[in-house]
Design a protein around this ligand. Structure first.
Ligand code: FAD
Length: 398
């Protein structure tokens, strides 16, 4: 068999894992990884601890350049793929082109931005972003953080732990309204307040007031004005998908089948901002987490290596996401968007279970996280429950 050419765009957890898996399975293959970042894979999850000041930068490193060399993986740092020509099977940068037989697009997303430019207005995704925010958090007296999602909470805690007076603006009635209502979110709000974060729900920034290129205050939709010397925003991401002309959803996320192959044969996609057909949930799904990207990278690699349809493996992972800033753990599992039943067991213990009819499809746990592996199993195995309320009894999970 002649040497197969694999090109991977993106050196996040999805891309780097795929490269590793391909090399493990095929000693001869040529593997090229392109990344527009200046350093090889680091652990994005750990950036939150780095920003808080509890973890030195060196502990965020996952691979150094030698790791790629040792595996004969051709890593190109600071190299942005500008275009994919799927007819010619070429990835083009501004100065080079790379031929492929199999391509993996693992480019994730970029922070959505407000149409305002200011030196102290920050968005968070990369190590560079984390370094800038950390530096500013250390010297800020008053900070505003915007965005009631999984990343916004990290930013709010990072500023508060650096002793900035922190105002956390959440547009909705509570934090992470995707999967929580007030009863559960109130625990998180209380924990944030205990860390010194001022949580402001149903509050939007309506204007950034600037002086000499810096935001000096934020006007809220109530008319109130918050003075600040730093602002950090996490209001979602836009997919980095413009470089490749394959089928996408209404939000420009690349669409794949259950094998993570796009509408173009030989072109696969993995990681954040990819919409795939899930055999577990029996519908189209988008998820973003460290482990999810890793599993996607691995599955995409296996399927790129497969020499027949029978050798391909469907991507059937059940996603989890945890927040560990507090003395209670927050954990979400699976699909947290459907019909829900919930119970508060004590001041700090809460659970919300999501169902599709009589099938358990997701869970949010705060404080009381017992049975998480069993929940994943029940979701994967598509278990059905006549008495759904019984799943809220602690005795069910003992
Ligand atoms: C502060 C923070 C805290 C987090 N906390 C958690 C957590 O607690 N738990 C959890 O599970 N997840 C967490 N996440 C999310 C998790 O890190 C991501 O879901 C995961 O890293 C995504 O990996 P990925 O490979 O899919 O995408 P990415 O890591 O975004 O990788 C994509 C890469 O492609 C590059 N790229 C994009 N376009 C191009 C191009 N045209 N050419 C070349 N390169 C390109 C990008 O620069 C990037 O390096 C957190 C993220 C952040 C930022």
């Amino acid at each position: 068999m002649s040497e197969r050419k694999f090109v991977i765009i993106g050196d996040g957890n999805a891309g780097a894992t795929a490269a590793q898996k391909i090399r493990e399975e095929d000693e001869e293959a040529s593997i090229t990884v392109l990344t527009d970042e200046s350093e090889p894979l680091y652990n994005r999850i750990m950036l939150k601890n780095f920003m808080k000041g509890t973890l030195p930068k060196k502990f965020t490193r996952v691979h150094d350049e030698a790791w790629y060399e040792k595996r004969d993986i051709d890593l190109h740092l600071e190299t942005r793929a500008e275009n994919v020509d799927t007819d010619e099977q070429i990835v083009e940068t501004d100065s080079e082109s790379f031929e492929y037989d199999h391509l993996l697009v693992a480019t994730g997303g970029s922070p959505r931005e407000f149409p305002v430019e200011a030196e102290n207005l920050h968005y968070m995704w990369t190590m560079d972003d984390a370094e800038t925010i950390k530096e500013e958090a250390e010297t800020s007296e008053k900070a505003v953080v915007i965005g009631g999602g999984l990343l916004g909470i990290d930013l709010a805690v990072a500023y508060a732990e650096n002793d900035a007076e922190t105002y956390y603006l959440i547009r909705e009635s509570n934090w992470w309204c995707r999967g929580l209502e007030e009863e559960g979110a109130d625990i998180i709000h209380r924990k944030l307040e205990e860390k010194g974060v001022n949580v402001m729900t149903e509050t939007e920034a309506s204007k950034f007031n600037t002086e000499d290129g810096e935001v000096v205050s934020v006007t809220l939709d109530s008319g109130e004005e918050l003075n600040c010397d730093s602002v950090a925003v996490a209001i979602g991401q836009t997919p980095n998908s413009e470089i490749v002309d394959v089928e996408k959803n209404d939000y420009d996320m690349i669409k794949t089948d259950k094998f993570l192959e796009t509408s173009e044969e030989g072109v696969f996609a993995a990681g954040n901002m990819v919409e795939y057909q899930s055999p577990v949930f029996e519908r189209r799904v988008v998820n973003g987490s460290w482990d999810h990207s890793e599993e996607m990278g691995e599955t995409a690699a296996k399927n790129m290596l497969a020499e027949s349809q029978d050798e391909k493996e469907a991507f059937d992972y059940v996603n989890t996401y945890g927040v560990g800033h507090f003395d209670v753990q927050f954990l979400s599992i699976g699909d947290c968007t459907g019909e829900a039943l919930q119970r508060k067991y004590s001041e700090d213990e809460f659970r919300r279970l999501f169902f599709d009819g009589d099938r358990l499809v997701g869970a949010v746990m705060i404080g009381y996280t017992k049975g998480q592996e069993k929940i994943k199993e029940l979701i994967s195995e598509k278990e059905r429950f006549e008495d759904r309320e019984a799943l809220l009894d602690k005795s069910f999970w003992e």
